[in-house]
Design a binder for this molecule. Structure first.
Ligand code: KG4
Ligand code: ZN
Length: 341
């Protein structure tokens, strides 16, 4: 066990957040995020615009992360960056920046899988007494991914099920768009749902060949047809029923997720259950999962709010474990938009 402090700068630029963090071993000293507001007007992330925004943001974001941590760049031991999965143009900004800085400072470069980072966010040492025990199941739910993972160790994962079409975050965001809500719509659906009746409307749940896989594209179409029919009879239907519609959509999505998670737990016999990714910020998912501690005897792990949506601290924690294993890259490393876990 080393007693020396390792300082790692981590960079996240896989989608529409430019983020940088400084970790001292497994502790976060700073965690800076520049959200790109520009996409709201388009109802979704525009890849070319995202890449340009990353180029504008990356230097100030890194400078702020160093300043907040009170660390000079010469004190850094390594740079960790998101290699994938994500948008190619966005990833390349982080990769190029990290490579240049690692050459300039003469320190190693660490490539990180974004999805592994969402899972390992649970291991950030933040007065966190609730750190998962291996093996555990992790429901990883974000704007780009929906997976149930069996996590055997820091770097040993098995995918038990995943989406065959849309990610659950997309289901939230696309439903929100149909309701005229701005992007990203997930948090807005969550907000309106709190004031609505979750049993007001019923939507059919899709079936998949592998019972642990997910499918959300059919749900989006069902919601579209439902709204078209209702609005035809009453043009103010959405406005008058917004809270109930949001609560019903959210309830359908949460029931799908929880049903699959229960199946996975039954199949594997694992009762240590974690959630990760942007959608795990959802209040109904958090609440429902907690009730399973009593009803199903689960031990659940819910990440701190700031480590659920995209951030660089989670890239830094993977960077730290890879640093200990000396898993460094040479300068031929590049981004991989479809990187697998
Ligand atoms: O992990 P993340 O920040 O980025 C990706 O890697 O995709 O996840 C973003 C997704 C978006 O789809 C957003 O709508 C969703 O997370 N999200 C939520 C909530 N907060 C964020 N979905 C439902 N309820 C929320 N409270
Ligand atoms: Zn993410």
């Amino acid at each position: 066990m080393t007693t020396k402090s390792i300082y790692i700068l981590s960079i996240e630029s896989s989608c529409d957040d430019t983020a940088a963090a400084i970790l001292q071993n497994d502790t976060v000293l700073s965690n800076v995020i520049a959200n790109q507001k520009i996409h709201a007007a388009y109802g979704g992330v525009v890849p070319e615009l995202a890449s340009r925004e990353h180029q504008k943001n990356i230097v100030p974001v890194v400078q702020q992360a160093l300043k907040q941590a009170g660390i000079d760049k010469k004190e850094l031991h390594a740079i960790a960056f998101t290699k994938g999965p994500g948008l190619m143009g966005s990833l390349l900004v982080g990769v190029s920046f990290s490579k240049s800085l690692s050459i300039a400072l003469g320190i190693p470069l660490i490539a990180v899988n974004h999805m592994q980072a969402h899972v390992l966010a649970h291991f950030i040492n933040d007065d966190n007494q609730n750190i998962p025990q291996f093996p555990f199941l992790c429901l990883t739910i974000s704007g780009g991914h929906t997976q149930i993972l069996k996590v055997m160790s820091y770097n040993n994962f098995e995918i038990l099920g995943e989406t065959i079409d849309d990610a659950v975050g997309e289901a939230f965001d696309k439903s929100a768009k149909l309701l005229g809500l701005s992007y990203p719509g997930g948090p807005l659906i969550d907000k309106h749902a709190k004031k609505g009746n979750k049993n007001a409307f019923q939507f059919t749940k899709p079936k998949t060949k592998n019972e642990l896989d997910f499918s959300f594209s059919g749900l989006k179409t069902a919601i579209l047809y439902f709204l078209q029919k209702k609005v035809k009879n009453n043009p103010n239907f959405i406005k008058e029923n917004l809270n109930d519609i949001c609560a019903s959509i959210q309830n359908t999505i949460v029931e799908i997720l929880m049903h699959k998670l229960q199946l996975a737990s039954k199949k594997t016999g694992i009762k240590h259950i974690a959630i990760a990714g942007g959608v795990s910020a959802n209040s109904e998912i958090r609440k429902t999962l907690k009730t399973f501690e009593n009803t199903l005897g689960w031990k659940t792990y819910i990440p701190k709010f700031e480590y659920t949506t995209d951030n660089a601290a989670m890239i830094g924690i993977v960077g730290y474990y890879k640093f200990l294993d000396k898993q460094f890259e040479d300068m031929s490393v590049s981004a991989n938009a479809r990187m697998k876990i």
